[in-house]
Ligand binder design. Sequence first.
Ligand code: FAD
Length: 521
Amino acid sequence: MNKPTVPDDANLPAPGIADPAVVVPPQVFRLVVEQAALAISITDAHANILYANPTFERVTGYSRAEVIGHNESILSYRVTPKIVYETLWAQLKRQRPWNGLLVNRRKDGSRYLADLTITPVLDADGQTTHYLGMHRDVTEMHRLERQVQNHKALIESVVDAAQVAIVLLDENEHVLLDNQEYKKLIGDLGKEPAATLMAALRTQIGPGFDNARASRRGLSNREVLIEQPHRPPRWFSCSISWFEEQDVSADAFYEPARRHYLLLTIQDISELKRQQEAIRINALHALLAEQERIQGLREALAGAVYQLEGPLNMLEAAVKMLERRKESSGDEPLATVLDDAVRNGRETLETLRASIPYDAGELVQPVDLNTVLHDLLKLSTPALLAAGIVVDWQPAAKLPAIQGRPTQLSTLLKQLIDNAVEALYESRSGQRDMRVSTLDCGDHLEVVIEDSGPGVPEEWRYKVFEPFFTTKGADQHHLGMGLAIAQEIVARHGGTLDIDASYQPGCRMRVQLPCPRGEPS
Ligand code: FAD
């Protein structure tokens, strides 16, 4: 083994730092270059090849003998822009290494992408005497990168073209990616719509939201209402999918970690909801009008029966008197005539009773009292405006549906609203306020309708619920059956209807309807 030579120039390594030539014999450097997995070439100062290693031969397809003495441009495919070479040479002229990508051509004419680093080799005078070129074929890596970029661009354009708003959130629910429709929503809602909708979904779904997230169970088509001051309410149908991916950071190379994402798709269904509401309100209007007509008929006939009962009872008493007289004084022709009249009267009364429209049974089904009251208030808007009544509508944010008969419950609540409107209309006070609220009280739901009208005197607090009791005097339109029917509907639903005695001035009607709960899901 040759004894290592110690350089005698001024660039001696600092004391304490080993000279690599001393530690590693010079021929090892040659062997390293020969056996390196990188394509290595050494050129003169004009890029003419003086040396090429076996990997260079393997990558380019040229044998060492074929390239030595040739310029490195033998590898150029001539599609690399001129500016790239100009930059390369400008850098090398400043004696700085250059790194970049070049399209190279192999001996067989096939092309590959070379990730090339050229380093100027300086002599003791600081002159560039040689260049060291090292490159590797990165065609496959480039193909994969481009493929990923193409897929990303494709996904982005599809997502952007989608008619629904799509937003990708990270674990902290920060927006990572969104599409054009989502950007439009930002303009419309004035703030980060994802945060608003996620908060609304959390409130609506409750603990089920975290359960769904923990089990990565998607949520689909959840309808969310967003109310903004001085703007029409907006309805959105939201779907959530949770997914995860491998962490791509260097830290997670040997210790794989997962990142969690949430994809939220949002569809504006406000227009659909408005149309549905209009259809629902029209149907309710028709239903209530029909109910009112039947109810009117029922009340009129029941009233007639009730009115006829009195004279008939008197006639019956007279017949009984005449019959007693007949027993003592003999013949009494008037008794026979009157008896016939009473019998005819009773038959007529039965015919009248039979013609009272039958209250058709209605199926019990889930009823959302908030929706019923909302629709009734919408329906009453013209009457409320005409009477100059200001309505304060305070629905409970979350109100479970009760099991009930929808038409009957609508009739009941309509009756109470109409009573309040009428009381306010007749009120002499300038202030005409009405407050309608719902409350979830656990085992029952409460609907409260308050008005600032004249109120119900204490002595009539129970009487107003009796059939044919009216405070309006003899009036064809007020038969005094409204509250009696309302009371009956509430009773049929197992609830209570009362007037709050402590409420003054005005009237507070309180309906309590049972709402048995199942096991929480
Ligand atoms: P050229 O006529 O060679 O030159 C194009 C432009 O480059 C010229 O207009 C000029 O501005 C500049 N230029 C060229 N030579 C010099 C020079 N000696 N001094 C100053 N400016 C100069 N090219 C590849 O395509 N693939 C490779 O793998 C590759 N490996 C290289 C490895 C090393 C170590 C070195 C030093 C160069 C390498 N080159 C490589 C560059 C190559 O030498 C050519 O410059 C390039 O291929 C362009 O060749 P050309 O015939 O198209 O143009």
